[in-house]
Write a protein that binds this ligand. Structure first.
Ligand SMILES: NC(=O)c1ccc[n+]([C@@H]2O[C@H](COP(=O)([O-])OP(=O)(O)OC[C@H]3O[C@@H](n4cnc5c(N)ncnc54)[C@H](O)[C@@H]3O)[C@@H](O)[C@H]2O)c1
Length: 364
């Protein structure tokens, strides 16, 4: 059994992110022993419930006779005001108390939604993340961002709310469809671009035909490397007043694209990958001279369900202008001075943004 533990410091205390294979039952036991509770809640993605529900429920039932479970329909549309209301209502109607642990098992959608429900029910109940997608393990379960979407844009309603613990058992990943591996790969490549170029080499394991066959030790090492970077950044800047913004590399383009596709035809990871390609182009258009495009070799792994004819420059630029990272009437991007050296730049010249978007549209 391989296991790595990374401590993340926050204003509200330090929490552990435990990564490894076959660690789940033992870690649940450790967590349950630490907390005083009568009942437990489980907010779980419906596919994860089908595939891994028995194992997760059995582990939790060892520590309570009163387990309450709510299934979250898969897909971004669950990050909605109505489903958040339903989830909080479920917690309250079933007697959640200030010390009742809420376990949230699934990908970033369930994590963001369940995390926000835990943050808001009774002004905050103990939250335990059980990420089950690669994206959730390397990114969304760490750092305390929780939230839901609004018709004005993605993640516009939410709270910074830190978990008590994150348990990332790579065994859960074995049932991921191949597109979901590639989805998570984008955030891994993001860490490579903004902090550690060696990750580009590590990520070549995804060229293997079947990602589910990737060695657990290699997977644990790579996920841990990413978690360490995220932990380091969010510890310096918990509420995104400074360096944390660098984690949004590629995301201004990505959110605009996701919104243009109604959050359905493009996954978050696909949008982030395209967004990073655009950000590299925009970096070069605004004065950087990036040697080699390290992202280029990963293009062949991505297969898009949206075509360029379905998108317009005007709509994408309009969506970017509505992005919450905008500070004034100009759009602010995370760009690269060089690989591993991100920088925040306000780009006033829309023709440059349009030119960078051409890279995205030409990939589709
Ligand atoms: N909070 C943050 O800091 C943060 C960071 C990055 C992304 N996000 C958010 O995360 C979301 C994307 O997360 P995601 O990519 O994990 O998507 P997701 O949660 O929609 O999961 C993707 C798919 O995988 C399925 N799934 C989950 N675990 C599985 C498993 N073990 N086996 C088989 N199928 C499984 C789900 O049912 C779903 O169909 C977006 O909403 C994005 O905004 C949040």
């Amino acid at each position: 059994m391989s296991r790595k533990t990374i401590n993340v410091k926050s204003n509200s205390g330090t929490y552990e992110v435990v990564i490894g294979s076959g660690i789940f039952d033992e870690e649940i036991g450790r967590m349950a022993q630490k907390s005083k509770h009568d009942s437990l809640f489980l907010v779980i993605d419906e596919n994860v419930h089908t595939l891994h529900g028995d194992r997760i429920i059995a582990a939790l039932k060892k520590h309570t006779t009163d387990l309450h479970l709510i299934r979250v329909p898969q897909g971004e549309s669950s990050k909605s005001i109505s489903f958040w209301e339903k989830t909080v209502g479920f917690l309250l109607n079933n007697g959640v108390r200030r010390n009742t642990p809420v376990f949230v098992a699934g990908g970033g959608v369930t994590g963001d939604l369940g995390g926000f429900a835990a943050a808001t029910a009774l002004r905050g109940v103990p939250l335990y993340h059980i990420p089950t997608t690669l994206l959730a393990m390397v990114d969304s379960s760490i750092g305390g961002k929780t939230g839901i979407n609004h018709e004005m844009g993605k993640n516009l309603i939410g709270a910074f709310y830190q978990p008590e613990c994150v348990i990332a058992d790579v065994e859960f990943l074995k049932t991921l469809p191949s597109a979901e591996w590639i989805n998570g790969l984008s955030e891994i490549l993001k860490y490579a671009a903004i902090r550690d170029k060696t990750i580009f080499n590590d990520a070549e394991i995804f060229f293997d035909e079947n990602p589910a066959a990737i060695d657990n030790l290699k997977l644990t090492d790579l996920i841990s490397k990413c978690v360490l970077i995220k932990a380091d950044i969010v510890q310096q800047d918990e509420f995104e007043g400074g360096v944390r913004a660098f984690l949004n590399f590629g995301h201004t383009f990505a959110h605009a694209l996701e919104r243009a596709c109604g959050y359905e035809k493009v996954s978050h990871g696909e949008a982030v990958f395209l967004g990073m390609l655009a950000a590299v182009k925009l970096s070069n258009l605004t004065g950087s001279r990036l040697s080699d495009n390290h992202l280029q070799k990963f293009c062949s792994l991505y297969h898009y369900r949206v075509s360029k004819e379905e998108l317009s420059y005007e709509e994408l630029i309009h969506n970017m202008a509505a992005d919450k990272k905008k500070t004034d009437r100009f759009i602010r991007f995370v760009l690269l001075n060089e690989w591993q050296h991100p920088v925040l730049k306000t780009v006033k010249d829309k023709t440059l943004v349009r030119e960078a978007l051409t890279v995205v549209l030409n990939e589709l």
